[in-house]
Design a protein around this ligand. Structure first.
Ligand code: ATP
Ligand code: MG
Length: 466
């Protein structure tokens, strides 16, 4: 069972304390708040699974708090605590989706049982939800390589928070997918996900696109316009290609992040807004800061939680899974008969450079499915620059006279291919081909294999293998 977080909201100190004691003893994580308002604030931060909520409190009463909590997160279960005269409130709370009731004075056993029931329901829901979103989603993140596993863990961790996130990585590595995954696993997943491609909107329109404008605020503003931030209120906004924002728009985005405030173009009114910001860019923002095209303060505000999307060449072992995923996807979508890719083709894919990353792979798979006539895609179906048949021919036995020479050449060819496959990580390659690392070093040196960016690669491999 996953850890269950509980929030207790009651204005009576001794009740808070005794509930906390009982439930902490039962291994739940318990926080308390002594007023409705504090409770709502704490709820936003904690995102608890279960809330124990007193009906009668001065100020914001339990029913009002319940309404708020249900809006914030429908997955939390709320157990109401009431005196025994509160029948009417009980009925209303039930209508609003309260899970159960506890009557004061609260019996210990009844408390534990009710909380346990709620916890079971939550764990079931969570499981179903995760399974469903993962299997049904066209936004599935495919890959089992170590960098992808790490990425998935990061996504799961940051999704639960409300933090601003900056996703970096080369073009076509899946930044948009990552943003959507974070959203899907967040407590805002029932609210809107509003995507803005900052690079696609002309500089002079970006402000009004993001923040809206009043009628007549500039030439062409014939009607009042609602901005993307308005649309995303209570939900999530995805600022894609954030590195392309104009400096003026950057200043306004900074204000949202710092103050939670927006202002329509041509309007004096300042309004509060609640959005979670996820941003992505394939630019090196530090470079942009040096060039004064990106604000440093905005960079720090965005980069609260950095998430990096690794290039495909750093996780070549994901390629077979990705190919299978795309074959399934395109075949289902177009009612194609499913084709296979020969092991040789997969091998060549693993060696190719993929400057366009997963997008390039996806496009090529789609093209091959359409263009290649047979049920198996083979090497001769590939674009010329990917085929190695010709290169292989150069390694012809006829030209080799001595055993020693053959051994030397074939060894070099083998090592070159394996090193490439494992991204020139020497420690890893040595492990995979089960050759002591020092031997591999010697062989690399002796056969004159060139390791790209060698000083860096070596150091990294030394560390990783201890
Ligand atoms: N891990 C993955 N699993 C499955 N599909 C992926 C994965 N990574 C990327 N893709 C697919 O590759 C294509 C490109 O991904 P995406 O648009 O997310 O890249 P990006 O990093 O946002 O690129 P750009 O910087 O050019 O906007 C999409 O069709 C996406 O579905
Ligand atoms: Mg993108």
């Amino acid at each position: 069972m996953e850890d269950i977080k509980i929030l207790v909201i009651d204005d009576e100190k001794n009740i808070l304390e005794s509930i906390k004691m009982v439930l902490t003893y039962e291994n739940y994580k318990v926080e308390t708040a002594s007023s409705g308002l504090d409770g709502i604030d704490l709820f936003k931060v904690l995102n608890p699974d279960i809330v124990l909520l007193d009906v009668k409190m001065p100020g914001f009463n339990g029913i009002e708090v319940l309404k708020n909590l249900k809006e914030l997160n429908q997955f939390s279960e709320v157990i109401m605590i009431s005196g025994h005269s509160g029948i009417e409130e009980a009925v209303e709370a039930a209508k609003l989706g309260a899970f159960d009731f506890l009557e004061k004075p609260i019996a210990r056993d009844k408390l534990i049982l009710t909380v346990r029931n709620a916890a079971e329901k939550i764990n079931l829901l969570k499981e179903n939800f995760t399974l469903k979103t993962i299997s049904e989603s066209k936004y599935q993140l495919v890959g089992e390589s170590p960098p992808m596993l790490e990425l998935r863990q990061t996504v799961a961790k940051v999704a639960k928070t409300n933090s601003t996130i900056l996703i970096t990585g080369e073009s076509g590595t899946g930044k948009e997918l990552i943003a959507r995954q974070i959203y899907m696993f967040s407590s805002r997943n029932k609210k809107k996900f509003v995507q803005v491609n900052c690079a696609a909107i002309p500089d002079e329109l970006i402000e009004s696109e993001l923040f809206g404008h009043e009628k007549g605020s500039f030439t062409g503003a014939y009607e009042k316009k609602i901005g993307k931030f308005d649309n995303a209120h209570n939900g999530t906004i995805f600022l894609d290609e954030v590195g392309d924002l104009s400096l003026k728009a950057q200043a306004k985005v900074l204000r949202v992040l710092e103050e939670g405030e927006i202002q329509r173009v041509g309007s004096a009114e300042i309004r509060k807004i609640d959005v979670r910001v996820i941003a992505a860019t394939n630019k090196d923002l530090k470079e942009e800061i040096k060039k004064s095209t990106f604000r440093e303060d905005l960079y720090f505000r965005l980069n609260v939680v950095p998430v990096h999307s690794p290039p495909l060449r750093a996780r070549r072992e994901d390629i077979p899974y990705l190919v299978e995923h795309f074959v399934n996807y395109f075949s289902e979508e177009n009612n194609f008969r499913k084709k296979k890719f020969s092991p040789r083709v997969i091998e060549l894919f693993k060696q190719y450079d993929w400057k366009g990353n997963v997008r390039e792979l996806r496009n090529l798979v789609e093209r091959l499915l359409i263009m290649s006539p047979a049920s198996v895609v083979r090497e001769h179906d590939l674009p010329a620059n990917m085929r190695v048949e010709d290169k292989k021919a150069a390694f012809s036995f006829v030209d080799i006279k001595l055993w020693k020479e053959f051994k030397h050449k074939s060894e070099k060819l083998f090592l070159e291919e394996k090193l490439k496959q494992f991204n020139f990580n020497i420690a890893r390659t040595a492990r995979e081909i089960q050759l002591p690392r020092s031997n591999l070093y010697k062989k690399i040196e002796a056969s004159g294999i060139i390791i790209p960016g060698s000083s860096e690669t070596d150091e990294e491999s030394l560390h990783s293998d201890g």
